[in-house]
Write a protein that binds this ligand. Sequence first.
Ligand SMILES: Nc1ncnc2c1ncn2[C@@H]1O[C@H](COP(=O)(O)OP(=O)(O)OP(=O)(O)O)[C@@H](O)[C@H]1O
Ligand SMILES: [Mg+2]
Length: 254
Amino acid sequence: MSALLELRGVARRFGGVAALSDVSFAVPVGAVVGLIGPNGSGKTTLMNVISGVDAPTEGAVLLDGTPVQGLPAHVLARRGIARTFQHIRLIPDLTAAQNVALALHAPSAGAVDILLRLPRLGRIETARHDRSTTLLAKVGIGHHARTPAGDLSYGDRRRVEIARALAAVPRLLLLDEPAAGMTHGERTSLRDLIAGLPALGVTVLLVEHDMDLVMGVCDEIRVLNQGQIIASGAPEAVRADPRVIEAYLGAEDA
Ligand SMILES: Nc1ncnc2c1ncn2[C@@H]1O[C@H](COP(=O)(O)OP(=O)(O)OP(=O)(O)O)[C@@H](O)[C@H]1O
Ligand SMILES: [Mg+2]
């Protein structure tokens, strides 16, 4: 399989802190790749670098073989990279569907439509609402389309975030701890949702602390520890790797 995403020697320093050092790995087209590691190991920093929220200090990020490091997030979004955030970023006063609609590429009503109250306005808004509701149904909360995001449970807000990321029709979806705050049942449906994404043309890079979810859904796993990749491979091999066990046990001692 060819690589959709490739990292070559990526480093990110914050002053004296090396949050990432010489990170190199590929994410094959159509794969679900897990990125795990103890707290503070650099996972979110790497998501930020890949999505253009941040730029690497050194190294290259290639999308379909083309260097994209340092490009701003909105440009990378147009090239097919979408993400969710570890700390939920929804507009609480808007409904779930309105939050999703913000990320739709479909035409939105322009200023002229609104000023002249053209009939087009109603049709466009109805179409956007329907599309957003379909995406919410895909993540299991279609019935909450008209609920203000701020009134939803934590797990449901996470699902709205995923629906919003899918609204951009990404080729690469970066998920930063999507299961955080979810109940056991919600995690099971999240696993099914993630497992179905490659069939929709979406390649996934998943950051997650829930090992059952990671081991159950990922084709391959990369392990970060103190900003460096310490293990890489199939879930069972990574789980049994002494360096990985050591990194997690070390983190528990700390
Ligand atoms: N903007 C920043 N300025 C300074 N240091 C930062 C910044 N962002 C991250 N760091 C540092 O980089 C390191 C990696 O942080 P990061 O948030 O990427 O870890 P993480 O693996 O996502 O952790 P967690 O599992 O807790 O979410 C930490 O030491 C953190 O303090
Ligand atoms: Mg993080």
